[in-house]
Design a protein around this ligand. Structure first.
Ligand code: SAM
Length: 290
């Protein structure tokens, strides 16, 4: 998928006024940031697919740097601006409405590219290859990526992730990253709390309100949401609505997790390492994925 704006209105109705728009938590944002050893004191950071900006604000808290927050959905950017004003850090955050597929930035503009729960819109391989030129020397790319934990994936779940056929296991993920010319600084899996505390539970709390505001749960079925986790939550609020209760919750725990990866591009100046990974990288990128 490359145009989230084409999602049905009901999707955006569910996905608004939430603390964040995907699994994640401030503690994990800080943990990933703590792995960055040699950033400048006030780094220039790009947050791709920032949503309402929970991680943007946390990044602003842990650095003295400036952050450019990019998203296609203007209401999220407006929400981030409001939150940044409240936190007194508005002047360090610039919002840009735009797509990760055509980012309006000059080469070597950023010390750090961050992206939580959004890289999959573009695909891991393509993002790692296309975003690299935007990084300055000694820069990092950090983000979360959904990864399969098992090979026997239920059809419903494959259907849910059909827009991202590149989704793979953690091990393959690391191989792709190596072949795309990166060195792994570290990786870790988001804890269970990162799914619930600031994402699914707030969403769950909002659903009854939506109902009374004219939200039509059956429309969720019509537009194909029954395979999404959101429908699992709809189930809890509107019992009997979907045929397969609790399935979504089981799926979350069993079949995939989000993995935070902290990466550094291998540069020519890094010597032999570059050739070990970089020289063999391109043949692995099939035309469909480049
Ligand atoms: N990073 C935020 C978080 O963790 O709360 C948001 C994650 S949400 C799952 C994915 C975000 O990517 C949404 O805000 C969506 O609007 C944005 N997005 C989708 N397609 C995009 C694109 N082509 N370019 C930039 N952002 C995009």
């Amino acid at each position: 998928m490359n145009d989230a704006e084409a999602l049905p209105e009901i999707f955006w109705e569910i996905h608004s006024k939430l603390p964040r728009e995907g699994p994640g938590e401030d503690a994990s944002t800080r943990k990933a940031f703590s792995m960055l050893a040699d950033l400048p004191n006030a780094p220039c950071i790009l947050d791709v697919g920032c949503g309402p900006g929970m991680q943007t604000l946390e990044l602003a808290r842990v650095t003295d740097g400036s952050i450019t927050a990019l998203d296609t959905h203007q209401p999220f950017l407006d929400e981030l601006t409001t939150r940044a004003k409240k936190a007194g850090i508005r002047e360090r955050i610039t919002t840009v409405r735009g797509s990760m597929f055509a980012m309006p930035f000059l080469a070597e503009s950023f010390d750090l590219i961050w992206s939580e729960g959004a890289i999959y819109f573009m695909g891991l391989r393509k993002a790692r290859t296309r975003w690299k030129p935007l990084l300055r020397a000694r820069g990092y790319i950090v983000g979360t990526e959904p990864c399969w934990l098992k090979s026997d994936i239920p059809d419903e779940l494959r259907a849910f992730w059909r827009e991202y056929p590149g989704m793979t296991t953690v091990e393959n993920c690391m191989q792709i990253i190596g072949k795309a010319g990166y060195r792994e600084v570290g990786h870790f899996t988001l804890p269970e709390a990162a799914w619930w505390d600031d994402y699914y539970r707030p969403m769950e709390r909002r659903l009854p309100t939506l109902r009374f505001n004219g939200f039509r749960p059956h429309a969720a079925i019509e537009v194909g949401l029954p395979f999404s986790f959101e429908s699992g939550l709809l189930l809890e609020v509107f019992p009997g609505l979907f045929p397969n209760p609790c399935r979504a919750v089981i799926i979350i725990e069993t079949y995939y997790k989000y993995v935070f990866t902290v990466l550094k591009p291998i540069r020519r100046s890094d010597g032999v390492e570059f050739f070990a990974f970089g020289a063999v990288s391109l043949p692995y990128l099939t035309p469909a994925l480049v």
